[in-house]
Design a protein around this ligand. Structure first.
Ligand code: PLZ
Length: 446
């Protein structure tokens, strides 16, 4: 059914970046769109398939960002496109809480099955990661009848009022947008690269600090949920030390606190597991998904213990567009693609190539302070050589160089000094290696 021919999976520049058509169109962007919006690469996209973006000047750009970890199955993946076309011709919207339809139910069945744990689970669908996190918090408070939510340094959970409160970084996410929602408590994150304590006991020491804070400053009996990204995304791909998530999850369970995993960025095969918590066999009470769930259409999910998800009164949850049939059709296509193309294994393979390439660069270029991540979610933290001082200028220069050669990479980090890599999981080895050679040249150019 798919009619457009796919783009060749190769990098090709026919103009400078941005080209003349993009420059003109970006002028209209400035005139028409809010100045509050950022921009990662100054081009206008005309089409995209798999790991290639085509701009209106005819440049083919390698996508190492996946629209911030969304098109894990590739851009306009055929199973997503076909199912969406079929659905758009059937009906576009009824509102699931007005007149239900099957594909919403099917997506929830899939989520209940794919998320960790063999216990009975139920799901709710909404429109965005932030909305999903908000609903997870609402449900946790309702179930536990407790007010407090514990979150971490370096965390990112969204841009709505509650999720701004949950997010750590002030600039650009929170500056001037307060006051923020109450009953949100931030605890230390074992960020090993910047940990001032003993590296050998980082897990135990962090758990001790966190539980001490909860017990003394909040009271564990007041805490509804501990909310954490299994690998912190916007914060700079911070991977918690071994044993940390299991210990945290155990503390939560022992104290009647719900453990909520925000898998918005780490989910759907990204890290070489379907969900990142599987790496240490952690089974969250609630798991939040978005981004990669639907191959590019807006959809997010809250999946949790049936007793928790059913604790809310009828009509206590909902929303007009949540679980829109087009987005659900796309999700079924995306999940089918992940399974049929074994993208979990593919993410591990990409992780091997990415990790090897980045570690080789770290040996050559002392500006790379650390290489970290898991699977197809990897990053480099840039420093002033020989120190741990953030090097934002190097990050900006590397990103700019890569763009000028037709490679899109994203930034991250509390200290604005991380270059992150989130390629579509269908990217070919050749394309990825081509991008890595551009990255090498970018560091050489510093
Ligand atoms: N939780 C872990 O990574 C979104 C933000 C991009 P939404 N991250 C990308 C930006 O600059 O706005 C994210 C996330 C984690 C929640 C969210 C929020 O998801 O779909 O953007 O609301």
């Amino acid at each position: 059914m798919t009619t457009l021919t796919n783009l060749t999976q190769e990098r090709r520049l026919v103009t400078a970046i941005p080209g003349p058509k993009s420059i003109e169109a970006l002028q209209r962007r400035s005139e028409a769109t809010s100045g509050g919006l950022g921009i990662a690469i100054p081009v206008i996209i005309e089409r995209a398939s798999d790991a290639i973006l085509l701009d209106i000047d005819g440049n083919q750009i390698i996508d190492l960002g996946s629209g911030i970890g969304v098109v894990n199955v590739g851009n306009s993946a055929s199973r997503v496109v076909d199912r969406v076309i079929e659905q758009v011709q059937a009906f576009t919207h009824t509102c699931f809480t007005v007149a239900p339809y099957m594909n919403y139910i099917e997506v929830c069945e899939k989520l209940n099955k794919l998320t960790p744990g063999t216990h009975k689970k139920k799901s709710l669908l909404v429109n965005s990661g932030a909305e999903a996190v908000e609903n997870a918090v609402k449900i946790a408070r309702h179930f536990t009848k407790r007010p407090a939510i514990v979150v971490f340094e370096h965390s990112y959970h969204g841009r709505t009022n509650l999720t701004m409160a949950l997010t750590a970084k002030n600039m650009p996410y929170k500056e001037g947008f307060g006051p923020f929602a109450p009953e949100v408590y931030r605890v230390p994150m074992p960020y090993s690269f910047h940990w001032v304590g003993n590296q050998a006991t980082i897990t135990e020491d962090a758990i001790e600090m966190i539980t001490h804070k909860i017990d003394k400053e909040i009271g564990a009996h007041n805490v509804a949920a501990i909310l954490i990204e299994p690998i912190q995304g916007e914060g700079g791909f911070i991977v918690p030390p071994k044993g940390f998530l299991p210990a945290l999850s155990k503390y939560a369970t022992d104290n009647g606190i719900l453990f909520i995993a925000d898998e918005v960025q780490t989910g759907f095969a990204r890290t070489g597991h379907m969900f990142a918590v599987e790496n240490e066999n952690v089974v969250p009470d609630i798991l939040v998904t978005a981004k990669g769930i639907a191959g590019g259409l807006p959809l997010a999910g809250i999946t949790g213990r049936a007793d928790v998800m059913d604790s809310v009164h009828t009509s206590g949850l909902g929303g007009t567009f949540g679980g829109n049939p087009l987005a659900c059709a796309a999700a079924l296509g995306a999940i089918e693609t992940i399974e049929a193309e074994n993208l979990v294994a593919r993410a591990q393979h990409i992780g091997q190539i990415l990790g090897d390439s980045l570690r080789a660069l770290a040996k050559k270029y002392p500006v790379i302070g650390e290489v970290r991540g898991r699977g197809a979610m990897q990053a480099v933290e840039l420093v002033e050589a020989g120190t741990k001082n953030p090097n934002t200028a190097a990050m900006n220069a590397v990103v700019k160089y890569c763009q000028s050669k037709g490679v899109l990479v994203l930034t991250a980090g509390t200290y604005s000094n991380v270059v992150r890599f989130l390629p579509p999981l269908v990217i070919s080895d050749e394309l990825l290696l081509d991008a890595m050679s551009v990255l090498d040249a970018a560091f050489a150019s510093l």
